[in-house]
Design a protein around this ligand. Structure first.
Ligand code: GCO
Ligand code: MG
Length: 403
């Protein structure tokens, strides 16, 4: 089954997405997500200029060989651009394999290990009252797990606060990054109050999550984890920048609050120490930034050995193709934890026709052969690329801080 065409489509149906389309000699087409938020064109170029030409004439059925060829064959290894490009090709090849077999991808991965996949949604507010209203909205929709973020009093533009009209939270901005302001002491005082407020209002029958978004030092993260213990969070996410894996030892010494990390990782090597030293509880690598289904399964298999569960990244800047691929993996692995689900804008749902379902807080990838996502290239053409940046964060004295 030779590959006859491999192309890259950059479009902006509600937000920017990079999609890889691979065609085979027998007419089967597969799609993959190559979106890297704020750096979309770098991946598009890597694919167009260096990867797509190598795919022509290759056997689309040889997924592992193609993965190794693109990874080892580049000599230069890892990094978000390379690994997102490899991921997109890998996801498209799994789509093709599923369609050729007449089976949904999860069947090829060993079949369903559970009936459906628990997902968490994002509740946020400019203050605690707004947060509680949004939290209630999520419970009304059936969510069993909800992430809580609220604006820190005194700080403008806190991470994770959705627009008042309740459309999907989208932090990207126009021709230059928006600048946010950060002050750790204000946050550390406020976060426990926020979690207490949610528990007082909604009790302990719902899983409560919170994203720290890489902002604390290890000892500050230890203090936060300890302060949140009475509110029994499902996890705190990205408490410190995770380039420094050994930093998590210090956090572990101070708290039993579960820790989730990994959305900016792009290979198994980024999380090797965190997993093998049991420094985290959930690994949050995404299918599209971590080398696709082939590599993500490898990460989750390593994690299984050490009692670490999955918690795949599923923000709106990952296209519906990524979400579908993640759901197939989630359904089939033994150590599934939870899946992030932010949803997508209406325009994206018009371009990507999906067969996954959401029902009472759980998702299922559906039974369509392959990934179960059809990409309408014509509809995508109506939404040209719209350059955007993620925000930059500065402390009150102007120092650049982790966003
Ligand atoms: C999350 C993430 C996102 C990221 C975004 C960056 O937990 O969903 O932190 O909100 O900021 O994916 O592109
Ligand atoms: Mg996050």
């Amino acid at each position: 089954m030779k590959i006859t065409d491999a192309r890259v489509v950059v479009s902006s149906p509600g937000r920017n997405y990079v999609t890889v389309v691979i065609e085979t000699e027998d007419g089967i087409t597969g799609i993959g997500d190559a979106t890297l938020n704020g750096r979309e064109l770098a991946v598009a170029s890597y694919l167009r200029d260096h990867v797509c030409p190598l795919l022509i004439g290759r056997d689309a059925r040889r997924i592992e060989d193609t993965w190794q060829y693109l990874y080892k064959g580049a000599y230069w290894r890892r990094g978000p651009v390379t690994m997102t490009a490899i991921a997109a090709v890998d996801i498209a090849l799994w789509d093709i394999k599923g369609k050729a077999a007449g089976m949904p991808v999860y069947q090829l991965l060993g079949g369903a290990a559970r009936e459906a996949v628990m997902v968490y949604g994002h509740a946020s507010g400019a203050d605690l009252q707004e947060l509680c209203e949004d939290f209630q909205r999520h419970l009304d929709q059936g969510y069993k797990a909800v992430r809580a973020q609220a604006a820190v009093p005194g700080l403008e533009k806190t991470y994770g606060i959705g627009p008042a009209d309740r459309t999907v939270y989208e932090p990207a901005s126009g021709s230059a990054p928006q600048e946010d302001v950060w002050e750790t002491s204000a946050y550390l005082d406020f976060a426990p109050k926020m979690m207490e407020c949610v528990r007082e209002e909604f009790g302990y029958g719902v899983h409560l999550l919170h994203d720290v978004h890489h902002r604390l030092t290890p000892i500050e993260a230890g203090r936060l984890g300890a302060a949140l213990e009475p509110y029994r969070p499902f996890w705190i996410e990205d408490p410190t920048p995770a380039e420094d894996q050994s930093a998590f030892r210090l956090i572990r010494q101070h708290t039993t609050t579960p820790i989730a990390v990994g959305e900016v990782f792009n290979s198994i090597w980024d999380c090797q120490q965190l997993i093998t030293e049991r420094l985290i509880d959930y690994i949050r690598t995404s299918v599209s930034h971590t080398g696709g289904i082939t590599h993500l399964r490898r990460v989750f298999s390593l994690a299984e050995l050490y009692g670490v569960r999955s918690g795949s990244h599923g923000a709106g800047d990952l296209s519906p193709v990524s979400l579908a691929a993640a759901l197939h993996v989630d359904l089939s692995i033994p150590n599934f934890g939870i899946q992030e689900y932010m949803g997508h804008r209406e325009q994206a749902r018009e371009v990507f026709l999906t067969s996954y379902t959401f029902d009472d807080g759980y998702m299922h990838p559906g039974e369509a052969p392959g990934l179960g996502v059809e990409f309408d290239e014509e509809a995508a053409a109506a939404y040209p690329y719209d350059p955007k940046y993620l925000p930059v964060n500065r402390r009150l004295d102007g120092t650049v801080h982790d966003w």
